[in-house]
Design a protein around this ligand. Structure first.
Ligand code: GDP
Ligand code: MN
Length: 384
């Protein structure tokens, strides 16, 4: 789950990372009111989950109420790389002496956490990494040991920041480490982390990705979930408790288990088709779950065929088959459906489906056959 900048800053503040005072606003009037309350100059910042807002005109300095009004008016509703701005964050403007970059994320290859710190902040870190990789000081942190103050100080010193920033940066990074680990984040990034002319180190931007699997440990994250930007199909699926990711193609995919769902997406591609989605219905496959999944899939107008790929494990074949038959009684499905049913009690399940088979509901013996059939029915044509 990705947070907006203002939510990331609120999270940072809870861990003691210095951020500028500010407030979110959804209307021009509210933006001006907040700016007046903060005192000028303020910065008006577009809240969209995409980088490079500054360059796109989504970040503006306002010296008085008139400018705040003009900027809020221009930025609210602005389209930044396909993201429409619905919220602006108004914050007290900072004086900047230097801009740095700091982040923690997981290095899966190394099986360790990775901290990155650079004296070249304020620009995309990918650009620094490709043009001047030595300008990024990296540190690997063992999750069992954690980050000690000594390690952190050594790391900061190796980044060659302005010496005036060293103590402040150590403090911010130790707090950032806590926000990352205790806050169950997959990524925390501050770009820019600034040094002010009077020697304070301060977060001017915040990019945070929280681990969805840890949300249950943080009741306060419910409010972030409410503001998640999901496409209409994903919202529909989320309301039904289904793991759904919208894709661009025309073959709707339903599978049980994330691994099988991913393999199903892959095999559709492999035989020349294009999946419309990833959808994992999880362990059970009763009529409710199946009907919900079919509703979500068919709410996508691009779907021209549906591939249901089930491997019975703890969920038995006959339960799945009954779930499908009952679901088809309840929801009207226009695109043709191709089923592959295997695993525990597959024969019993197939026997239940047999009398219901037609042009609109087909069964294939293998995953590959079913993928080819579904792709052919979607009219993608490349299947052999
Ligand atoms: P991004 O472009 O989406 O990464 O947005 P940022 O929040 O990182 O802002 C982009 C740039 O705007 C920063 O690197 C700063 O140079 C500038 N900026 C943002 N806030 C302030 C501020 O309070 N004062 C000043 N002087 N510049 C700011
Ligand atoms: Mn930034």
């Amino acid at each position: 789950m990705d947070l907006f900048e203002y939510q990331g800053k609120q999270l940072f503040a809870r861990y003691g990372i210095p951020v500028s005072p500010g407030a979110p606003a959804t209307t021009v009037a509210q933006a001006v009111e907040e700016a007046d309350a903060l005192g000028y100059p303020v910065v008006v910042k577009a809240q969209v989950q995409v980088g490079g807002r500054g360059k796109a005109g989504g970040i503006k300095l306002a010296n008085d109420a008139k400018e705040a009004r003009a900027h809020a008016d221009a930025i609210l509703g602005m389209d930044i790389k396909g993201h429409v701005v619905e919220v602006v964050w108004i914050e007290k403007a900072s004086d900047i002496a230097e801009e740095y970059y700091a982040s923690f994320t997981l290095d899966r290859g190394a099986k360790l956490h990775l901290g990155m710190l650079s004296a070249q902040g304020g620009v995309e870190i990918e650009q620094v990494a490709s043009e001047n990789p030595d300008a990024i000081a990296r540190i690997h942190v063992d999750p069992v040991d954690g980050l000690s103050t000594e390690q952190c100080r050594e790391w900061v010193e190796s980044a060659k920041l302005n010496p005036a920033a060293t103590d402040g940066a150590v403090e911010v990074l130790l707090s950032l480490w806590r926000a990352y680990t205790e806050g169950d984040a997959d990524l925390v990034e501050i770009n820019p982390l600034i040094l002010t002319p009077d020697g304070r180190v301060h977060a001017l931007d915040a990019k945070v990705t929280l681990d969805d699997n840890a949300v249950f440990r943080h009741p306060e994250y419910v409010e972030y979930d409410a503001t998640q930007v999901r496409d209409a199909r994903e919202r529909f699926a989320h309301e039904r408790g289904l793991q759904y990711v919208g894709l661009e193609g025309s073959v709707g995919v339903i599978a049980n288990g994330a691994g099988l769902a991913m393999s199903t997406v892959d095999i559709v591609n492999q035989v020349g088709g294009a999946p419309a989605n990833f959808l994992d219905i999880g362990g059970g496959a009763n009529a409710d779950v199946m009907a919900g999944a079919l509703e979500v899939i068919t709410s996508d107008p691009d779907v021209r065929s549906i591939f249901i790929n089930i491997f019975g494990g703890i969920t038995k074949g006959e339960e799945v088959a009954n779930g499908i038959v009952q679901a088809l009684d309840r929801v009207r499905i226009d695109p043709p459906i191709v089923i592959r049913l295997d695993g525990t009690n597959a024969d019993e399940g197939r026997a239940i489906l047999q009398p219901h088979l037609s042009d609109k509901l087909r069964m294939e013996p293998t995953m590959l056959d079913a993928a080819r059939r579904a792709v052919a029915l979607a009219g993608d044509g490349k299947a052999s």
